[in-house]
Ligand binder design. Structure first.
Ligand code: 2NL
Length: 349
């Protein structure tokens, strides 16, 4: 048998073999490749015989063997692709992808800072009572922090020892209370106003019970006919909302430059419920903030008619409130960034 007819026979076998493949798979294609084009494959063997082939048969046999090789290679390429696609399809349809598996189970979720939790709780209660949250600058001019709030030019709070000045000539300072927000608010808006202003404040002070930065929240109301009785009612309702309906509040006469009359704001001791303990120094009360009727000079500074309008303001420290609510002993723990300490507070969304 000459090489040409041998190649014809191989081609016939190949045709039969391809038809015999009923289950197309990567393995089946590879078996075909090895049988025909592998090192000991039928076509490979035929190509080796080409060398010893009679001269006159060579051109036709060479052409035929090349064509057969190309034909088989093309079949392998096409069917390998098809087989791979089919096998991927089959494995995907058999593998269940469980998208309901929870991902958060073992991941640490962190928690909010106690001051953040307290501020959110306080603002929520203020909003419930109809107050709007207002913000203002932490760096401000003397006018907004002191002058407009009826602080005399020689008031000790203005001293370099008590206030951080950013630029003394330009009278630029770090606000010492959140009241500057309310001055900006009154200049930007018109009565009636029911505003709550939370924020960071700064004072040159550092000892076991004072940090140079702390947090305040102040609420104020300006409208026609606002009285001291309204203020007492709002303070009492607010504190009952935060600490529960058995909370009691008390006002004692005091002095602030921006209010007249002014009062200290006391809470029934959260530790002994007013019976007297070490925390309240046996008084049953804890001083938490200040309040009063807005001074006519403050209204004059923002060009509000103090004959037409009256208002009250009250404020307290958010940090102090967080310490009372979460029974934190040392104020400085709030600002040390100690994770074991901070991780103890409830996680909220
Ligand atoms: C505090 C704050 C007080 C005010 C704050 C206030 C603000 C304006 C006008 C009048 Cl714009 N008053 N705020 C008034 C009285 C007391 O105390 O945190 N004390 C510990």
């Amino acid at each position: 048998m000459n090489l040409l007819s041998e190649l014809k026979a191989i081609e016939g076998e190949f045709e039969r073999d391809t038809k015999a493949v009923t289950q197309l798979s990567v393995d089946a294609v590879e078996t075909m490749r090895i049988a025909y084009l592998g090192r000991k494959g039928k076509v490979t063997a035929a190509l080796e015989k080409l060398r010893d082939c009679p001269k006159e048969e060579k051109p036709a046999a060479g052409k035929a063997s090349n064509e057969l090789k190309k034909k088989i290679e093309a079949w392998i390429q096409d069917n390998l692709k098809a087989a791979e696609g089919a096998e991927l399809e089959a494995s995907l349809s058999q593998t269940m992808l469980d998208i309901s598996l929870p991902v958060g189970g073992t991941l640490p979720s962190g928690s909010l800072h106690p001051v953040t939790i307290m501020r959110r709780d306080l603002l929520k209660e203020f909003r419930r009572l109809g107050f709007t949250v207002y913000d203002g600058p932490e760096i401000d001019y003397d006018f907004y922090n002191f002058k407009s709030l009826n602080f005399p030019d020689d008031h000790p709070a203005r001293d370099m020892q008590d206030t951080f000045y950013v630029n003394k000539e330009k009278q630029l300072l770090l606000r010492t209370h959140t009241s500057n927000i309310q001055v900006h608010c009154m200049l930007n808006e018109k009565p009636p106003l029911r505003i709550v202003a939370p924020g960071r404040v700064f004072r040159c002070d550092s000892d076991p019970t004072h940090t140079p930065m702390f947090h305040q929240i102040e609420a104020f109301v300006v409208d026609r006919g606002v009285t001291f009785a309204h203020m007492k009612g709002v303070i009492d309702t607010f504190m009952k909302g935060i600490f529960g309906s058995s909370m009691k509040t008390r006002l004692r006469p005091s002095f602030f430059p921006f209010t007249e009359p002014s009062a200290e704001m006391d809470l029934m001791c959260v530790h002994c419920s007013g019976k007297g303990c070490r925390l309240c120094k046996m008084t049953g009360w804890l001083e938490v903030g200040g309040c009063g009727m807005i001074h006519p000079n403050v209204f004059e500074a923002v060009e509000y008619d103090s004959e037409l309008y009256s208002g009250f303001a009250f404020g307290f420290g958010i940090d102090r409130m967080a310490m009372l609510k979460y029974k934190i002993q040392d104020l400085r723990q709030l600002f040390e960034g100690n994770y074991p300490f901070l991780g103890q507070f409830p996680v909220q969304a």
